[in-house]
Design a protein around this ligand. Sequence first.
Ligand SMILES: Cc1cc2nc3c(=O)[nH]c(=O)nc-3n(C[C@H](O)[C@H](O)[C@H](O)COP(=O)(O)O)c2cc1C
Length: 167
Amino acid sequence: MDRLCLYAKNIMKKINQKYFKKVLGKFATGVTVISINNKEKFIGKTVNSFSALSLSPPLVLFSLDRKASAIIKFKNCEYLSINILNKKQINISKNFAEKKAPWNKKDVSYYFSKYKTPIIKNCLANLECKKIKFLTEGDHIIFICKVINFTYNDNLKPLLYFNSKYI
Ligand SMILES: Cc1cc2nc3c(=O)[nH]c(=O)nc-3n(C[C@H](O)[C@H](O)[C@H](O)COP(=O)(O)O)c2cc1C
């Protein structure tokens, strides 16, 4: 059956979550790791909901599942770093999609920003941010952040995520 008909039918009832996830996966994104320093414990989370929000002031946003294990630490943090991964950093993306992901793996090399958040090396770009607001909406929390510093590399290719797969 034509998928479109199936969706239209389901929308009249309850949106089928499986297909809803599938349709969202049709939007290709880059992949980031958002990192925080929680009392000298470093936390990283793989996130593809990152988006630009405003040029002036320089604002970005991302959203995290309300049930994510480190959600309270993200709600409480003051600063965070957004590390935009390059094509060769799939292992880093996989690592930080795990619970209590370790920072001492050989693929993960990093240094500290001015505000002590871990910055992953060899990324396409790193943005050092101050979290200014979070909003709970549905089953996710949207974090709005002001960019304080950034660095980028013009010579790397992006890691892309599409249809629930790395491409
Ligand atoms: C490519 C990719 C993108 C992801 N993007 C997000 C995202 O934007 N928001 C989110 O809450 N989780 C995202 N996740 C899932 C998290 O990385 C993580 O697995 C999830 O929050 C569960 O973490 P926990 O086991 O610590 O609770 C993504 C995972 C992958 C592999």
